[in-house]
Design a protein around this ligand. Structure first.
Ligand code: FES
Ligand SMILES: [Fe+2]
Length: 449
């Protein structure tokens, strides 16, 4: 499933196999394509121009992974826009060189004239500025798991995801190969929280390494819990004419001839002669004609952050209350008393007759808002939805060897003792207190009805 071409091998990635689900890692790929040094120098020069020569010198000396120490968080959006602009010509070069160096017998490659720039600083930096980077998923903050064709890309696209600085499994791209070709219902631009994806696969990459995968592979990014900024770029290509589906946008995949400016006009015809392009034109027209939308809370980062904070505070208080009731020496002796107490406190009592050894997996659904976590012969009860972006942990949670609960969406890990995340500013997962009444386990949840 994962094929790797080491530094001493001639890479011959099979694009058809990639579109069939194979994942290919090409070590030193950008170097072999002859673009790495120039790309790196262009990034550093742009940091020098936009942030200052001191920042540029520091990054040259200590590496791009120190970007968050050289660039203030308030300048990240501006720098991203400047880099996206200046790195654009590399897209055509990467695609054309890829075809020439790695897939010489393949004809009929298309690709967009755009390079996606991704700078993921340590997560605490963006989380300390709530709402500010919400419009930059996949670039400055993590995306929810998705397929690229749900956005602007064609179905037959291959993502060339390249490390420019070092990439670690806990700050890089995550792929879900078990979900390839699976029929996945969409929830807006994301998979549904209760959709099973299998465990994510991450990569350790050195600067210049490229991971090639089909855009139809469900993918996401690990929440960056390291103290390094992960800098990567991605180019896309399609094998044969681009075939678009029902994405929310459209981007032209043009022929190699058009990318290399040999036939700029005719090369983009296949990308335009389809319904996706017409839908894109229609959307653009509608946007131009639409009146200015009234103020809406989702568009106001400060109001959204305040709402999120208030919700968090209420559930923290309710969890404390539940803990007080169930861990108190005077916890009710019978279920009826517990139910009455819970109701009075605005909580909901849940019960299940269960023997730990009967549970089928490490993490299973216990109720609409809780799940059981089996740790050897011990049982834990935790909130069912991940406090990061709401993935259903009964489906997407797994116990690590170290006994933490890992969420598949962005690989955040939670301690089972107190629910603390391995990324400091992230809200803790609610660990629910519970009590056994014979074979019946009882726990308290927030009453959301
Ligand atoms: S939703 Fe992001 S780690 Fe769980
Ligand atoms: Fe993507």
């Amino acid at each position: 499933m994962i094929r790797e071409f080491g530094p001493d091998e001639t890479p011959r990635p099979d694009l058809r196999a990639i579109l069939d689900g194979e994942i290919v890692v090409i070590r030193s790929g950008l170097q072999r394509l002859g673009v790495f040094d120039r790309l790196n120098d262009t990034i550093l020069a742009q940091v020098g121009a936009k942030i200052g020569t001191e920042a540029q010198a520091m990054l040259r000396q200590r590496g791009l992974e120190k970007l968050h120490e050289a660039v203030p968080a308030s300048e990240l959006k501006m720098l991203l826009a400047a880099l996206t602009d200046i790195l654009r010509p590399f897209a055509a070069e990467i695609i054309c060189n890829f075809s020439r160096c790695f897939a010489p017998e393949t004809t009929n490659l298309y690709g967009p004239d755009h390079l996606w720039v991704r700078m993921m600083t340590p997560a605490h930096i963006t989380q300390e500025r709530p709402g500010e980077f919400d419009a930059y998923p996949g670039h400055l903050v993590v995306h929810r798991p998705h397929r690229d064709s749900w956005f602007s890309h064609c179905h037959n696209s291959v993502n060339l995801w390249a490390a420019v600085g070092p990439v670690r499994p806990d700050n890089g791209v995550l792929l879900y190969p078990a979900a390839y070709r699976m029929d996945i219902p969409r929830d807006g631009l994301s998979v549904r929280p209760d959709q099973w994806l299998g465990r994510p696969v991450g990569f350790k990459l050195d600067p210049g390494d490229i991971v090639c995968f089909a855009g139809e592979q469900v993918h996401s990014s690990a929440l960056n819990v390291t103290e390094e900024t992960r800098v990567a770029v991605s180019a896309r290509l399609s094998l044969g004419r681009p075939k678009y589906g029902q994405g929310t946008g459209w981007i032209a995949y043009v022929s190699e001839a058009a990318l290399s400016r040999r036939a700029p006009l005719s090369g983009s015809l296949p990308a335009r002669a389809n319904m996706a392009y017409l839908r894109h034109l229609h959307r653009r027209l509608k946007r131009r004609l639409a009146p200015v939308r009234p103020h809406d809370i989702g568009a106001d980062p400060a109001a959204t952050a305040a709402l999120r904070e208030a919700r968090g505070e209420i559930s923290r208080q309710l969890a404390d209350l539940a803990r007080a009731i169930l861990t108190d020496e005077g916890a009710p002796e019978c279920l009826d008393d517990l139910a009455a107490l819970a109701q009075a406190a605005g909580l909901r009592m849940q019960t299940r007759v269960v023997r730990p050894q009967e549970l089928s997996g490490d993490v299973v659904a216990a109720s609409q808002s809780s799940c059981f976590v089996r740790m050897g012969s011990q049982l834990g009860v935790v909130a069912r939805h991940c406090p990061h972006m709401g993935a259903d942990l009964a489906v997407n949670g797994a116990l690590t060897r170290e006994g933490q609960l890992e969420c598949a969406w962005h690989a955040v890990r939670f301690a089972m003792t107190d629910g603390r995340a391995n990324c400091a500013p992230l809200a803790a997962l609610t660990v629910r207190p519970f009590r056994w009444y014979g074979d019946t386990i009882a726990w308290l949840e927030e009453d959301t009805t």
